[in-house]
Design a protein around this ligand. Structure first.
Ligand SMILES: NC(=O)C1=CN([C@@H]2O[C@H](COP(=O)(O)OP(=O)(O)OC[C@H]3O[C@@H](n4cnc5c(N)ncnc54)[C@H](OP(=O)(O)O)[C@@H]3O)[C@@H](O)[C@H]2O)C=CC1
Ligand SMILES: O=CCCC(=O)O
Length: 334
């Protein structure tokens, strides 16, 4: 049965999504419920009006993919000028998150951190004010479990449905519609927005109760931040002992520890170039939140704790807006 916020909309989705060089694995075994994101979805039920709050590095391409696929999109961003490219392509605009949520059946939010995600959802002109029975709110920001549960409560208090859906994958996968959604919350809303997630991503998981998606995302990024820190050490050590760090990158790519992250980020790092895909300040935020998650269950995470210190040093050296691979700079000069 169609949910109250749904109607049939013809949406155009590229049938073949080209794999990206980074985050290109598209199938793996899992014992949680999951669905492939690469399926033909024309003619299925879609939310009729879709809101998008937060048009940064990730939000802009995600909203653009929805727009290009034929969705009726309404956008809002704190810095209004970032809405202009989407508006010029046909997106509608509302002046506050509350007005977007009020105008739309489902509203996505892609905000920087727990504070901004909470403010945009639950502040004076927050999206929760525009929620009502039959509407859904999907927070795709990376936040902690407590914040996600709090946003969920505000949305539900207004009669809306809530899904947390943080993403794995960075700027290029966002542009290519190759993200991985780690969702939890209202299952009917998950089912309803599934086709929209499939436009923006290649894979999605439903992990049950609110908090599970946030926790999964923080654990993945805790591992990623530690990997990047030790990779940085290896690059610098190889150079100091007279080896070509590019050769190290090549050796790693052929070995059991090969990962797209090393192959993609390594060569620019050797040249001290850090074009921003995932801002360093957000990686440090995720490590901080990951450490707090570990603390909540008394799990020792000493490697991640040390990595977090390194990112803090990098931030103190003015590297917050650089890509997180700039953490290597924190190890230089000694
Ligand atoms: N970049 C990446 O590779 C990935 C990022 N993420 C996560 O996605 C989220 C967004 O990341 P990304 O797009 O890179 O980040 P950006 O820094 O590019 O964008 C952040 C967005 O949050 C908005 N924002 C920040 N503070 C506030 C505030 N106080 N009130 C209202 N809006 C605010 C910004 O608005 P304004 O334009 O006005 O500054 C902007 O729209 C983060 O949680 C990040 O951890 C997840 C996966 C990958
Ligand atoms: O949160 C950011 C994740 C970046 C990535 O998965 O490449």
């Amino acid at each position: 049965m169609a949910m109250p916020w749904s109607f049939s909309l013809q949406v155009t989705v590229p049938s073949l999504k080209s794999p990206t060089s980074y985050n290109q694995c598209s199938s793996f075994n899992t014992n949680v419920r999951c669905q492939s994101a690469n399926e033909m979805i024309q003619g299925v039920e879609f939310p009729s009006r879709v809101g998008f709050l937060g048009l940064g590095i990730m939000g802009s391409p995600m909203a653009l993919n929805l727009l290009r696929s034929g969705c009726d999109i309404t956008v809002w961003n704190r810095t209004k000028s970032k809405c202009d490219p989407l508006i010029s392509l046909g997106a509608k605009y509302e002046a506050s998150p509350a007005e977007v949520a009020s105008a739309c059946n489902v509203t996505f939010a892609m905000l920087a951190d727990p504070e901004s995600a909470f403010d945009v959802a639950c502040g004076p002109n927050g999206a929760a004010k525009g929620m009502a029975p039959g509407k859904g709110y999907v927070d795709v920001s990376t936040v902690d479990c407590v914040t996600s549960k709090s946003i969920c409560k505000h949305v539900k208090d207004r009669g809306g449905a809530f899904l947390e859906a943080p993403v794995s994958g960075s700027k290029k996968p966002a542009e290519d519609g190759q993200l991985i959604f780690l969702t939890a919350g209202d299952k009917p809303l998950y089912d309803t927005v599934g086709p929209l997630l499939d436009i923006m991503g290649k894979f999605r998981l439903y992990l049950g109760e609110v908090g599970n998606g946030a926790a999964m995302k923080l654990i993945v990024n805790m591992i990623m931040g530690s990997m990047m820190a030790t990779f940085s050490e290896g690059l610098l050590l190889s150079e100091k002992v007279g080896l070509d760090p590019n050769t190290l990158v090549e050796v790693i790519s052929q070995s059991a520890i090969g990962a797209p992250m090393f192959s993609v980020k390594g060569p620019p790092m050797v040249k001290s170039q850090y074009p921003t895909a995932f801002p360093l300040k957000h990686q440090q935020k995720d490590l901080r939140l990951g450490l707090s998650l570990a603390e909540s269950v008394s799990q020792p995470v000493p490697i991640a704790a040390v990595a977090n210190e390194l990112y803090k040093v990098a931030k103190s050296r003015g590297l917050s807006e650089e890509d997180f691979s700039a953490v290597i700079e924190a190890l230089k000069g000694s």
